[in-house]
Design a protein around this ligand. Structure first.
Ligand SMILES: [Zn+2]
Length: 249
């Protein structure tokens, strides 16, 4: 019923048990996200060993090595359905050189995505202008701004570049008015849902480790917010997932 479009299954203590609980909650399909070279074999093993689990390969700005060329090695595998996560996170990075390295590895990965006709998974925080500038430089590349917490103005510009917006459990948090505004306004055909597990467990699981099954709670919250039935929201977010990540079959 539900798809978790973004989780880090390999960082959960017991992925097998979490997958069993996810299935019981109606979550049969999920995308396990790569963020760094050191853990990529674990991410690929998740996809290899489980049906309904796919992988992405990328270098997160938080683990920026300055050269993301290694990503290319994995992009011809049938179970790798996206490049990422990649992007820009300036929140705790004031240094211009470090920011420039983030932009360089982001651009490298956008180019790899274009070369392989794969969609991208973009992490963006406190870097609206530079993120939009870079995705605009690669007009053939489609993707998603995941765990979106930025302004509606940014979301609108990303939508105009044919990007999707993914909403995480943050939308259920008390102080998340800006995320709720975006979550209400994104058109049905561009909305994705995710956990970003093991981080950011939604209400009513706060304080626990997040896991893919909890995307059902975020879906219910979003359905209420948007005034639709949860089954309808589950269906169109699932269709969106398979339209964007069209290597997933
Ligand atoms: Zn993530």
């Amino acid at each position: 019923m539900f798809v978790d479009s973004h989780c880090h299954l390999n960082y959960l203590e017991n992925p097998e048990a979490a997958l069993a609980r996810a299935r019981a909650a109606g979550v049969n399909e999920l995308l396990c996200i790569g963020v760094e070279q050191a853990a990529i074999e674990e991410v690929l093993a998740m996809a290899e060993n489980h049906s309904g689990v796919w992988a992405s390969v990328g270098e997160h700005p938080g683990s920026c090595s300055g050269d993301a060329a290694w990503v290319n090695r994995y992009l011809d595998r049938s179970d790798v359905i996206a490049v990422g996560e990649m992007g820009l996170d300036y929140l705790y990075v004031d240094d211009n050189k470090a920011r420039a390295e983030q932009r360089h590895t982001f651009a490298q990965q956008l180019q790899l995505a274009e070369n392989h006709a794969l969609p991208v998974i973009v992490h963006t925080r406190s870097a609206e202008v530079d993120t939009l500038a870079l995705i605009t430089e690669f007009p053939k590349v489609r993707g998603v701004l995941h765990c979106f917490t930025e302004s509606w103005a940014m979301a609108e510009q990303a939508l105009a570049e044919d990007y999707y917006i993914s909403i995480s459990g943050i939308v259920t948090f008390k102080n998340a008015a800006q995320v709720r505004e975006v979550a209400e306004r994104v058109p049905d055909e561009r909305l994705l849902i995710e956990t970003d597990a093991p981080w950011l467990a939604p209400v009513p699981h706060r304080g626990k480790k997040n896991e893919p099954g909890f995307v059902a709670d975020t879906a219910k919250f979003l359905a209420d917010l948007r005034g639709v039935e949860v089954a309808e929201l589950a269906q169109f977010t699932r269709e969106n997932f398979f339209r964007l990540f069209n290597r997933a079959v």
